[in-house]
Design a protein around this ligand. Structure first.
Ligand code: GLY
Ligand code: MN
Ligand code: MN
Length: 441
């Protein structure tokens, strides 16, 4: 079965009864009459594989399950200007829906489709215009109560079952994510080889984009962070417009989106091709923290365990390098390590870079009560991204000032541990320096 039809069937099964209405994303104006590049809604795409704007999926659960698509009609005039459209007939055929209709018929048909259904499932509260549309559909049904129609009495958020499904990737998704990771690995290698003192951050960003696009990626999965020197200590730095200085590190956090799936990779390398002694100390520390974290990623471990493992290594290192007073235990207990490491060691990864899925068990769900954090399962994909960011301050050895390092890889949980999808990205000091030397000849 097509992976998208299979997912629709699974969701219908989880719904039990009622009707679900899932819309794709709206188009957004950038300025005057120019739009941002269109990106479908992740939930909608997960269930359809259909990436045109103005499309809605309706799923009907129960004894006679059906999946129905609403999409733009064929229109020669619009297709001359904006490009080819499937139209309902071809979309139904190609994507395996039971029915397909023109988007223009949506409001009229919605009232019929939700009438006499016990429950209405949709993405509640994300888009006020869409909420209004769903309320209008409910009111349209209520207006026919004298004709014996009744409106659903329960509204349910379709994100809950969908998030659980999206958290465990199927083979189709894992294949795409592995390829996305490989493209990002090549892009980082290319960026390393283009780095030299005097180049601007945006010149190196251009190398990433070149490798993404020539490899078939649609776009970066998120705003690329290309941060030289002290800019690396700004966690969400996006200006990417400063010159690179001899003796500084360059931190790049960039990943491509391929086939609707994100990759998310960070490395930090020396602008002049050779890590200084202080940079080496901190880099090795972050690398050791990442290794400890990888060892804690396996089925049955809690989501927080790999963060705790990384924090323990970092805390000990901050004490050993005279960045913090006390012991690793006291630094962890008092949370003083957060001065240099203030983010979590990772997140779910999938269609969205910070992907769908709960991090703690829901009250009442299986495992809730015993577990404070969700247990990892084979097929989950997550990032492992410890870091260290040192702002100038009294009491902190000056040699470390303005060094920002993060090492981030994408991993899938396997039956007995994890598999690193981004492992082709140069990472050890020896590897990175060799890759940079290669470019200099
Ligand atoms: N690039 C976003 C993150 O690492 O979470
Ligand atoms: Mn990340
Ligand atoms: Mn990242």
């Amino acid at each position: 079965m097509h992976p998208y039809s299979e997912r629709r069937a699974r969701l219908i099964e989880r719904m039990g009864s009622g009707v679900a209405v899932i819309a794709t994303a709206p188009e957004h104006l950038r300025n005057r009459d120019t739009h941002y590049g269109y990106r479908h809604d992740s939930y909608f795409y997960y269930l359809t594989g259909f990436s045109e704007p103005e499309a809605v999926l309706v799923l009907i659960a129960g004894d006679a399950p059906r999946s129905i698509l609403f999409c733009r009609e064929k229109n020669e005039e619009r297709e001359i200007w904006d490009g080819w459209r499937h139209g309902p007939d071809a979309a139904r055929e190609q994507f395996g829906f039971d029915e397909a209709h023109c988007y223009a018929e949506l409001d009229a048909k919605l009232a019929e489709l939700i009438a006499n259904q016990p429950r209405l499932h949709y993405v509640i509260g994300e888009d006020a215009a869409w909420d209004n549309r769903m309320m209008a559909a409910l009111n349209a049904v209520r207006a026919q109560s004298r004709a014996g129609k009744f409106a659903p009495s329960e509204l349910l958020d379709i994100r809950q079952p969908l998030d659980d499904m999206r958290l465990i990737k199927d083979a189709h998704e894992l294949d795409i994510m592995r390829r996305a990771a490989e493209i990002s690995a090549r892009a980082h290698r290319r960026a390393m080889q283009a780095t030299r003192p005097g180049a601007f951050e945006y010149e190196i960003e251009a190398e990433l984009l070149y490798e993404f696009r020539r490899s078939g990626s649609e776009a970066p999965a998120y705003g690329s962070i290309v941060a030289g020197g002290a800019n690396a200590c700004v966690l969400h730095y996006v200006s990417n417009n400063a010159p690179l200085r001899d003796g500084d590190l360059l931190l790049i956090d960039a990943g491509c989106e391929l086939g609707g799936y994100a990759s998310d990779v960070t490395r930090a390398w020396p602008v002049n091709g050779c890590y200084s002694a202080a940079q080496r100390d901190l880099y090795q520390l972050v690398l050791a923290a990442q290794d400890a974290a990888f060892a804690a990623v396996r089925p049955g471990a809690r989501f927080i365990d790999y963060h705790d493992a990384a924090v323990r290594v970092l805390a000990q290192g901050f004490v050993d390098l005279n960045m913090l007073a006390g012991s690793a235990d006291s630094v962890i207990e008092q949370g003083t390590y957060k001065r240099f490491y203030m983010h979590r060691t990772g997140h779910w990864l999938g269609m969205d870079v910070h992907d769908a899925g709960e991090y703690r068990p829901r009250p009442g769900s299986a495992g809730a009560g015993e577990q404070d954090w969700r247990a990892l399962e084979a097929g989950m994909v997550l990032t492992v991204e410890p870091g260290c960011y040192v702002r100038p301050a009294d009491g902190v050895p000056e040699a470390f000032w303005n060094i920002g390092i993060r090492i981030e890889d994408d991993v899938v949980v396997t039956a007995d541990g994890c598999d690193i999808y981004t492992s082709a990205t140069p990472k050890t000091i020896v590897e990175v320096e060799a890759v940079m030397r290669e470019a200099r000849g």
